[in-house]
Design a protein around this ligand. Structure first.
Ligand code: AKG
Length: 434
């Protein structure tokens, strides 16, 4: 805090981890003596660079590009790129720090990193986005590689952007390698990668529900967001017999008490992915309520899946959810619950799956994409989905192993933090003073 006093999001992410690791560290003083945690919060490297680009009218814009190479103890840096006006070092350091523990939980050999830019892809033409991506990659290319650092997408970076970034990397390096994940399936991408974060979140929630003899069948589910994660979380919930009643974007939420069925979800996918429209149009089309500038947490639900962005459930909203009978929260986004909200969920003893465990399916399938690229072959949809499912079950088991308290309550926050920490910490100790 004294080194970077204004990095609130980063402090929040670290504080949550320190809080749940403290007992474990006291019982395992070798980690304290080696100052593992102090080393882990200091990025191995931060790259910051200028990204100049010209819009369709020929006006010149300057954005800032970043890559936080946080930890490479168990594999090459791995994690997404975010293009959003709110991007700064604090946000990326929190995401990179979470990513290190999350990637460790997947059991795949991936270190942690995160990057991006304060560029806003909203209302930009395809050619403007392409020129920006080419300029961004012109600098980033010298820092990454299949054995060094393998970026992917995050908010504002989807298939289109990964395509432009990959194309530019290939021109600069004259090599076709798995340097990025989330690629198109025709040019090295993995089946199920687009679905993986959303599906994985629901698989994780399903495991949590089973511990109390529950399932998604006939449950009312509130989901926030309407991007890739939210869409595929909704798809899987519908498949498992749940009723999805909300979705949202940065302008507001829709509430459909009858439930979003397959056909309505197809409308949302087309609206968001092809027309890049607003969720409000769903309310107009199907004649349901639109909660202007509101998040969906006032709506009564059994299960909540925050799939939008960080700090989108505050303490008050957590209270409302629990009072309304919510029994489980699984985070599809990274750190969507504030510290107050996390404390409220844990104190209320409801099932609470933190992002680094619940949304690890996305990066897990990225890891599987890297494996397929290295082997120069492609697995079937079913094969990847089965692997994803078993990885999510494994992560759940790890949380139960490290997070079960003396009264039997599973503290998934503690479980995920300790489970993710141990492998990275042991690897750092084995590799000397790194
Ligand atoms: C995340 O898990 O938040 C990511 O950014 C994953 C990106 C990846 O697939 O590497």
């Amino acid at each position: 805090k004294t080194k970077d006093p204004l990095q609130y999001e980063f402090h929040q992410a670290v504080e949550e981890v320190v809080e749940s690791l403290s007992d474990f560290l006291l019982k395992n003083p070798r980690y304290l003596h080696s100052k593992i945690l102090e080393r882990m919060v200091e990025p191995e490297r931060i790259i910051q660079f200028r990204v100049p680009w010209a819009d369709d009218q020929g006006n010149i814009h300057i954005n800032r590009g970043y890559r936080i190479e946080m930890n490479s103890a168990i594999g090459p840096y791995k994690g997404g790129l975010r293009f959003h006006p709110t991007v700064n070092q604090s946000i990326l350091k929190f995401l990179a720090f979470e990513q290190v523990l999350k990637n460790s939980l997947t059991s795949l050999p991936m270190g942690g990193g995160k990057g991006g830019s304060d560029f806003d892809p909203k209302n930009k033409s395809d050619s403007e986005v392409m020129r920006f991506c080419q300029s961004f990659m012109t600098e980033l290319a010298r820092h990454i590689g299949q054995y060094t650092d393998v970026p992917a997408g995050d908010i504002g970076v989807g298939g289109r952007e990964i395509g432009y970034l990959f194309g530019q990397y290939k021109r600069l390096r004259n090599e076709f390698t798995g340097v990025l994940t989330g690629k198109g399936v025709e040019w090295g991408g993995s089946l199920i990668r687009p679905e993986a974060t959303g599906y994985g979140t629901v698989y994780f929630a399903k495991e949590m529900l089973e511990t109390i003899g529950e399932s998604f069948e006939n449950k009312v589910v509130a989901i926030s967001g309407s991007g890739n994660v939210a869409q595929f979380a909704a798809e899987k919930v519908i498949e498992l017999g749940g009723k999805v009643v909300t979705l949202s974007d940065s302008s507001g939420s829709i509430y459909d008490p009858d439930g979003i069925d397959r056909k309505k979800l197809d409308f949302i996918m087309e609206l968001k992915n092809i027309h890049r429209g607003r969720i409000r149009e769903y309310a107009d089309k199907f004649g349901v309520s639109y909660l202007d500038k509101q998040r969906p947490w006032s709506i009564k639900c059994d299960i909540a899946l925050p799939c939008a962005t960080e700090n989108e459930i505050n303490g008050e909203e957590a209270k409302t959810l629990v009072e309304n009978g919510c029994i489980a929260v699984a985070e599809g986004a990274n750190m969507p619950s504030t510290m107050d909200a996390v404390h409220h969920f844990l104190n209320s003893k409801i099932l609470f799956g933190p992002g680094k465990a619940a949304n690890a399916g996305g990066v897990a399938v990225s890891g599987l994409e890297m494996t397929q690229n290295s082997m120069r072959l492609a697995w079937s949809r079913e094969e990847v989905d089965n692997k994803l499912h078993s990885i999510m079950k494994n992560i759940h088991q790890m949380c139960v192993k490290y997070g079960t308290e003396s009264n039997g309550f599973v503290n998934y926050v503690k479980g995920a933090n300790i489970g993710g920490f141990v492998k990275v910490a042991n690897s750092m100790m084995a590799q000397g003073l790194v």
